[in-house]
Each structure stands twice: as C-alpha cells, then as structure tokens.
Design a protein around this ligand. Structure first.
Ligand SMILES: *Cc1c(COP(=O)(O)O)cnc(C)c1O
Length: 469
C-alpha cells in the first residue's frame, strides 16, 4: 500500500514511513492511494470473529509490504488482549434500535487506546527491524497524553515526553500519566497553559537540532495509523447488528474529525453505513460546515467535554481531499486560503455530496447534562459528557428509525466526574479494577518553566532511556 499527500506535492510513502512521518513535507496529510474494497460476501464471512481477527482482516491491506501476516496477527492479539472487557468494544442497548458502542475498556478508559495501544507496538516492531530509536514529544490537556504513554510504555526503541499544563489537568488525568513508571517515560508539567505546551511541541518539530539526529515522531490524531485502527470497530459493531445485509448509522462525538473519518472510510471500504452524525459541543466549526457550508475559526470555548474543545479540526482536510476529487493542487489552494483568511466554503455540489452521508448537531453543556440525566433515569446507565453529546445528536438527526443507530461511547464517565455531578447523578462512580489504586500509586513528573530551551535541554538530557541523546 502506498500513501499520498492531500496537497499533491510530497513523495508517496509506504506504511512504514507513513507511521514515522507526521505532516507530509508539503503541509498535507497522508491518505491511502487506493482504499481496499471488500465484497459483501467477504464482510458477511467475518461475522462472529474475535476482535483481533477482524482487525487483522480489515487492516491487512494497509500494512501489506511492511509487516508480515504472522507478526501483524501477533501484534493485534497482544494489543486487544490488554483490554478489560472480553468483547473489546461491547454494544449496550439504550432504546429500541439505539446502541452505545463502549470504546472505553482499554487501559486509559477512552477510545484513543484502540489506536495508541496499537501504534506503540507497531512503532517498536518497525524500529527494531530498522535498528533505530525515536523520540515522541506531545502536548496534552487530558486524554491523549495518558493513552500515548500507556501505548509506549513497553517500547524498547521509543522515549516519550508528554507536556501538560502544571496544575491545570484533573487529578485523575494527571495520575493516569504520572503513575506509569518507566525509564523511557517522561512527564513534564509546564508552568503555563495548554497552548504554551502545544507551541513548544510545534517549535520542536520545526527545528529538531536539539535531538542530535534522533528522529521525532508525532502521535497526534493526524497520524495515519490512528485512523486506520479506528476503522475496525465500525465493522465490529455493524456486523453484530446485521450488516452487511442491513445498514447501520453512527453518531460520533467529534473534535479533530479523526474518529468519524474512520467511519467514512469503513463505508468506502464496503460497509453499509447509511448515515454519519457529527456530534460537537459548542466548539462547532464542523457543524457550521455541515449545516451551512461555512468552515471558519472562532475563539475556543471551555466546555464540559474538554476532549472536543478545538478551533479547527485537523483531519477535516482528509475529507475535503475526497470532496475535491482527490485533486491535490485544488486542495493546496483551498488550504492556503484557509490559512490566510481563517475560513473556507466549498462549491455547492461538493457540499451536497458531503451532506448525503453526514448530518450534524452542536450540543450545549446544558443539553449534555440533560441527556446524561435522561439516559440515567431511563436505563440506569451513566454516560460521560462526550458520549452524551453523541446520544443527543443521534436523537435529533436520525433519518430512519428502523436503521440501528450506534453512538460511539468515547470515554468512561469516571474520567469526567464534574459533568456527571452537574447532571444531578448522585451515584458515586468507581474506577475500574485495574485503576482502583490509582490514588495510592507513586507519581513521577518534572516541573519545568514555560521556556522551550528548558524543555529541549531536558529532552536532550534524557531522550535515550533516561540518558543523554
Ligand atoms: C479525542 C476524543 C474525542 C474526539 O475525537 P476526534 O477523533 O478528535 O474527533 C471525543 N471524545 C473523547 C472522550 C476523546 O478523548
């Protein structure tokens, strides 16, 4: 499989190189040159497969030529063997034909584990083969950091540095990062805010001289392997609900458009997906596009669903590329307009094309809490605020009541106690067994001033399993 840039002016790469690349050199994002397409018979024959075996069949074409079948099978078995629920992504019924797909049974209790648990193992496998080591530097305001650290904790050839704003993440979120101990794991609390952390990561990618030749790898959601891993659970859910004989609709709590883009790819690979609902909080740039063809930057609002607090959606360019007939030149132009003006719209027929599949809703904090309360009252289930937004949007946007609607349950409610409390749910939530002693565990974290020189010096000093680069 070869991968090409959405802006048409960077070298095509194989899977191995795309895994290690961040942005393409022309500023675009990598996408498969040709998407595999499965027949209905093939998809039907996968019904009932264990998750890791289904994952092998869905993802094999993407890694072909870079990883052998035997190795890939073993990596997948290990990856999903570490999940706390034997169904890996169980479906829970809320209502007639309305389901939540629970994607929070991985080690850090959010769907990001599906991709990052795999990414760490894939990186290590390929680096061992190449005899290379890499450094990962990432910034987090919450979920991504812990999932990335968990994904890389056993990697022999990766040192990971995660920056978070000092005293500005919740205690659960901080402890999920700082209690994972390992000589290749480095938590840095910056005396600044999340934007300061993110700026330092960006600047480190722009000038990597402090790394003395060691390669820097990105683990944010533009990494192709993350999208790839997320395609699998759409197949998994749909097969359980009668696909491919029956079509299925999905509602996806959305921020950077990575998770829902995976659903769009599943459909293009042959899965009968009849509708995809983009569910956002009040940071609603995607809803503004889907409802009125207006994609423009606004200020950032802090919400009860912080993992979806974004101003622009970094993966949206991948959909725009397809809407423009995969014309890289046209896309480079569109994105440069966006960079200059902070806004874009597409030609009417392209937007109409997008609207054939996508619907959208922006959900306020108030409606988020009301949905948590409503679902609790009717079913006894406690939803996290992101998933609640997905449920609300599914109910408002649903096209056909006889088509099963699956809401992606992106996080465990115990990670977001504020929203659950605001929703008036008195029930105390408990950490799952594998995290029950989280508050007693030893923490390891270095506090650094809000200065890039200090951070880069720290990385250079510790980037080789705690030793200097
Ligand atoms: C990251 C995240 C999202 C948003 O996913 P995208 O791929 O960025 O659209 C939604 N919910 C939770 C809990 C998350 O951690």
């Amino acid at each position: 499989m070869r991968y090409i840039s959405t802006r048409g002016n960077a070298p095509a790469l194989n899977f191995e190189d795309v895994l290690l690349a961040g942005l393409a050199s022309d500023g675009g994002l990598y996408v498969p040159e040709n998407l595999p397409r499965f027949t209905q018979e093939e998809i039907a024959s996968w019904a009932g497969l264990p998750y890791h075996e289904l994952a092998f069949r869905v993802m094999r074409p993407f890694v072909e030529g870079s990883i052998s079948d035997t190795d890939f099978k073993q990596i997948l078995e290990e990856t999903y063997g570490a999940f706390a629920h034997s169904a890996i992504a169980p479906l829970r019924q809320l209502n007639g034909n309305e389901w939540v797909m629970e994607l929070f049974h991985g080690p850090t209790l959010a769907f990001k584990d599906f991709a990052l648990q795999l990414l760490g193992r894939l990186l290590d496998h390929i680096l061992l083969k190449r005899g290379e080591r890499v450094v990962i530097i990432g910034a987090t305001s919450g979920d991504t950091g812990s999932a990335a650290i968990e994904g890389c904790r056993r990697c022999e050839n990766v040192d990971i540095f995660i920056l978070h704003p000092h005293q500005r993440v919740s205690e659960v979120q901080r402890r999920q990062m700082t209690t994972i101990l390992g000589e290749n794991i480095h938590n840095i609390a910056i005396e600044g805010n999340f934007d300061d952390c993110q700026e330092m990561v960006k600047a480190s990618f722009a000038d990597q001289s402090f790394l003395k030749g060691t390669r820097l790898v990105a683990v944010n959601s533009i990494n192709w392997a993350r999208i790839m891993a997320q395609i699998v659970y759409y197949f998994h859910a749909a097969l359980q609900l009668g696909a491919p004989a029956r079509s299925v609709a999905f509602s996806v709590p959305t921020g950077n458009f990575g998770d829902i883009f995976a659903g769009y790819l599943a459909r293009n690979m042959g899965l009968p997906v009849s509708q995809l609902v983009v569910a956002t909080n009040r940071n609603d740039i995607l809803h503004r596009f889907m409802s009125g063809n207006q994609y423009f930057k606004e200020t950032l609002h802090a919400s009860l669903s912080p993992s979806m607090d974004i101003m622009v959606s970094s993966n949206f360019e991948r959909l725009l590329f397809d809407l423009h007939g995969r014309n890289g030149v046209a896309l480079a132009e569109l994105m440069s307009t966006f960079k200059a003006t902070g806004k874009l719209s597409v030609e009417e027929d392209r937007w109409v094309e997008a609207r054939k599949l996508f619907d959208s809703l922006a959900v306020s904090d108030e409606d988020t809490c009301a949905t948590i309360a409503d679902v609790f009252k009717r079913t006894g289930e406690v939803l996290d605020p992101h998933t609640a937004i997905g449920v609300k949007a599914a109910r408002e946007c649903r096209r056909n009541l006889s088509t099963p609607m699956v809401v992606l349950g992106t996080a465990h409610p115990v990670k977001f106690p504020d929203a659950v409390e605001k929703a008036g749910i008195g029930k105390a939530l408990e950490l799952p067994a594998h995290l029950s002693d989280l508050f007693q565990r030893e923490e390891r974290c270095t506090v650094l001033p809000n200065a890039i020189e200090a951070v880069q010096a720290f990385v250079a000093q510790h980037g080789n399993r705690g030793k200097p680069l």
